[in-house]
Design a protein around this ligand. Structure first.
Ligand code: AMP
Ligand code: MG
Length: 417
């Protein structure tokens, strides 16, 4: 059951607050994945979501070849000739020598070149001695050494990419090595977003007293542009119910998802709740996390709706935890578990019991041990500490204090790009 927002954000322990895991589950269960697909050339498919399993049309490698620069031998022939052979030819990558080995023959081969059919080992060129046209081979040779077998990387007809996987640079490699030119991907959903607040000014205007520049729209753009979605920046709406309703109606005509920031708390100028009550099916959640307690989630016509808090860091964290899960479900990305690691904190960290807290941190590795420190002030309005962070430090709800030297859980932002 979804708990409603009907309280202030004063208490840390809030019996009405929803657990973050339950909130994600609610979101995922309520969103239907898009089924529309489009066919794209692979060169245009980076970051897109595969909409049906892709099978290999080839064995890779498709021919037996050498893993080394060296000499192709047949072990029986080698033994018969007391490990002394004569070079019969050369096989280069793209210029094969493909006759069988006979008599006392060996063939010089390069990495990736075709090897003779009856060759059953390749000996690195550094391992042989050459004297007066004779090649002297070492004794300890293993069958199939330095030979790349047909299909050892990919078997013909095997699944190379599964439905729901995100096309990466390595997928582009495997697709092209199979000679696959086009693939089916999920269409990009339309995600509209706008900021709410009378205090917000556009960055091309002179800043007036008491006003601030709208940063959330640029943050959301930054978060969304990394995803396979079409983004629509719908500007800023002032704090009044009528304007909000008007803008939401426009957005809901053609968006698969609408994201707003600001106005979801219980302040005098927070109109998201009343506007939405008139438009669609919306729940207001208090989620037991910090930053980012208030969150509105629901549906307006066919558009899924997320009302994020106005403080920039809260907007980022709630986007990463909740909106991202919703977008993943919408576009059919296979669920991926985030990777948590353990680190020793170099700072004392304080928090109140009652909410899970995501602190902005800076993680380093020294002598194979992970250390983390706070990246600066932790208020939900403090963007500078987010720009200096490379991880979140996740502190469980029931923790109140962490001492320098204690072990904490860390979520690195980027592991390998
Ligand atoms: P609200 O959630 O509307 O009560 O806003 C909470 C705080 O976030 C206030 O200090 C707002 O001025 C600030 N805020 C709201 N929207 C934005 C925005 N788009 N860019 C920067 N700060 C914002
Ligand atoms: Mg506001």
């Amino acid at each position: 059951m979804i708990k409603k927002l009907n309280n202030t954000c004063m208490n840390e322990f809030d019996p009405d607050a929803l657990d973050e895991v339950d909130a994600v589950k609610n979101i995922i269960n309520s969103i239907k994945s898009l089924t529309k697909q489009e066919i794209l050339p692979i060169s245009k498919s980076l970051g897109r979501i595969v909409s049906k399993n892709i099978h290999s049309t080839l064995d890779i490698p498709s021919f037996k070849n050498s893993a080394m620069d060296g000499y192709a031998v047949n072990i029986k022939i080698l033994r018969k000739n007391k490990h002394i052979l004569v070079q019969k030819g050369t096989s280069l990558a793209g210029k094969p020598y493909d006759k069988k080995l006979k008599g006392n023959e060996t063939v010089k081969v390069m990495t990736g070149s075709v090897i003779p059919d009856n060759c059953d080992a390749v000996i690195m060129k550094e391992m042989v001695d050459i004297k007066e046209g004779n090649i002297y081979f070492p004794k300890n040779i293993k069958k199939n050494q330095n030979i790349r077998k047909i299909g050892e990387d990919v078997k013909k007809k095997s699944t190379i990419i599964k439905k729901g996987e995100v096309i990466s640079h390595s997928h582009l490699g495997i697709l092209s090595s199979c000679g696959i030119r086009k693939i089916a991907v999920t269409v990009k959903p339309i995600v509209s977003f706008f900021s709410t607040g009378d205090e917000l000014m556009s960055i091309d205007k002179q800043l007036k007293k008491g006003m601030i520049y709208d940063s959330n729209r640029y943050i959301l753009r930054g978060l969304l542009e990394m995803l396979p979605v079409i983004i629509k920046d719908m500007g800023v709406v002032e704090d009044n119910e009528k304007s909000l309703i008007k803008k939401l109606k426009v957005c809901s005509k053609n968006s698969d998802m609408i994201i707003t920031t600001g106005g979801v708390s219980v302040g005098d100028a927070d109109y998201i709740k009343t506007a939405l009550a008139k438009l669609g099916k919306i729940d207001f959640w208090k989620i037991a996390i910090k930053p980012g307690r208030p969150l509105a989630y629901g549906k307006i016509n066919k558009s899924y709706f997320f009302g994020l808090p106005g403080n920039p860091v809260s907007a980022v964290v709630t986007f990463q935890l909740f909106v991202r899960a919703g977008i993943n479900k919408l576009i059919g990305i296979k669920e991926r578990k985030t990777i948590n690691i353990k680190a020793i904190t170099n700072d004392d960290l304080s928090k109140k019991k009652g909410r899970v807290e995501y602190k902005r941190g800076y993680l380093i590795q020294r002598n194979n041990e992970n250390f983390v420190r706070s990246s600066g002030l932790q208020g939900s309005n403090i963007l500078s500490s987010l720009t200096k962070a490379n991880c979140y430090i996740r502190l469980e709800a029931n923790i109140s204090k962490v001492k320098k030297g204690d072990e904490v859980t860390v979520l690195p932002f980027d592991i390998v790009v």
